[in-house]
Design a protein around this ligand. Structure first.
Ligand code: ADP
Ligand code: MG
Length: 396
């Protein structure tokens, strides 16, 4: 356990053993079809390895928000077919009713999806009785769902205390990548924090200023910082009530020796729609009727030079309103610079966040980053420096 948690390498002989594997099968579906199978693909390494080693693989996962009671429209039964197709192996479905008898019929190497964990009222409350019900079905527990690790639920946390517990391959890869980015990173470290609002990322900013050498602030959040510094930001999205907070973060950064980079040129428009007339201006030249919708090209070029001198990059949040062209330009350009530096071997680049992943895909560089986390909430809590209960329980 060199890393503080055990992995599949530490499980010993698993042939014939029942292994409860917590995965994230909460994928978007339409008409019984999976519309984005990213999360399903992330489970394949662990599931195939365990099955090949002769384990009886029992997948535990939640789906949607069934409010603690069975809801046929949210049954994981509908996942067995698409999952089996992706896996290229048969997948059984096991309902909670009669689960013990059904599991008893499974053989070494079999794979089954158990019913939605949130059909139990006590799943989200981490009720010991629900933990017991699940634990009775298995001999060993593997948590492979980093994206659910910020919740202390029966299937994500409770079970780890009740059965011998191990991190799956996807969990292991995620924890290793995150450790390289913020746990024990090579310096200098740059963080890009963008997105709409400071208020949703205050804890992230406060955690980062003490740990990174360069804090690059973009997106709507940058407007709040600019406004706090006395810049007139016109009709831009900005949280003027957070001026004091923004100022305190800038001061904390200064004390910690962290250089904060705010844009000095910006792209503005008077209407927020696709391809409106725009102007690229110095931040001090924003008109009263204009909105800042992207970081300007001169600032982006300077930010690229900052990254060239860094060894590690952690990125959450787009630099502009990237869904609406042309306000994706800064995000795409800096993402491509980061990807090129990563490819050349000089930079470890880790990114996460729902819109950030979408923006990196839009830039065509998600595969070129060292690691891209699709974990959303768990990724943000990790960026806030919080201990994730599902991860902590693996280390106990
Ligand atoms: P993530 O999901 O990666 O954590 P956020 O949800 O915090 O990112 O932020 C993404 C949103 O921020 C996007 O919808 C984007 O349009 C918006 N945004 C970025 N810059 C601006 C801006 N200057 N004005 C308005 N919205 C912006
Ligand atoms: Mg978002």
């Amino acid at each position: 356990m060199a890393r503080g948690f055990k992995t599949l390498d530490d499980m010993g002989e698993v042939a014939g053993k029942r292994v409860l594997v917590r995965e994230d099968l909460n994928v978007p579906m339409a008409d019984g079809q999976v519309t984005d199978d990213t999360r399903l693909r992330a489970t394949l390494a662990t599931v195939t390895e365990l099955a090949d080693r002769g384990a009886i693989v029992l997948l535990l996962a939640h789906f949607g928000r069934p409010k603690g009671r069975p809801d046929p429209t949210l049954s994981l039964a509908m996942m067995t077919r698409p999952y089996s197709q992706l896996l290229g192996r048969p997948v059984r479905f096991v309902d909670w009713d009669g689960a013990a008898a059904a599991v008893a019929t499974l053989r070494a190497g079999d794979i089954a999806v158990l019913e939605n964990t949130r059909f139990f009222a006590g799943e989200e409350a981490n009720d010991p009785q629900v933990v017991e019900t699940m634990a009775a079905l298995g001999d060993l527990y593997v948590n492979d769902a980093f994206s659910a690790a910020h919740r202390a639920h029966a299937s994500t946390e409770g079970l780890a205390h009740r059965l011998p517990a191990f991190a799956g391959r996807a969990m292991e890869a995620e924890l290793d990548a995150l450790d390289k980015a913020l746990g024990a990173p090579e310096h200098p470290v740059a963080a890009v924090v963008g997105g709409a609002k400071v208020s949703t990322k205050l804890d992230v900013l406060q955690h980062l200023v003490a740990r990174v050498d360069h804090l690059i602030i973009g997106g709507g959040m940058a407007n709040t910082f600019l406004a706090a510094r006395g810049v007139a930001v016109g009709k831009s999205l900005a949280e003027h009530n957070l001026a004091g907070t923004a100022e305190a973060i800038l001061q904390a950064a200064e004390r910690a020796g962290c250089t904060v980079h705010l844009p000095y040129d910006v792209v503005v428009a008077t209407e927020f729609r696709a391809n409106p007339p725009t102007r690229t201006v110095n931040v001090h030249e924003v008109g009263a009727d204009e909105m800042i919708l992207d970081v300007g090209p001169a600032a982006v070029e300077a930010l690229g030079d900052v990254l060239k001198n860094c060894r590690t990059l952690v990125w959450n949040g787009p630099l502009g309103a990237f869904e609406t062209p042309p306000f994706d330009a800064a995000t795409v350009s800096l993402a491509r610079t980061a990807a090129a530096l990563t490819r050349e071997g000089g930079l470890v680049s880790v990114a996460g966040g729902g819109d950030t992943v979408a923006a990196l895909n839009q830039a065509g560089v998600a595969d070129e980053f060292t690691f891209v986390s699709t974990a959303g909430g768990a990724f943000l809590e990790w960026m806030e420096g919080r201990a994730l209960p599902g991860v902590a329980a693996l280390s106990a």
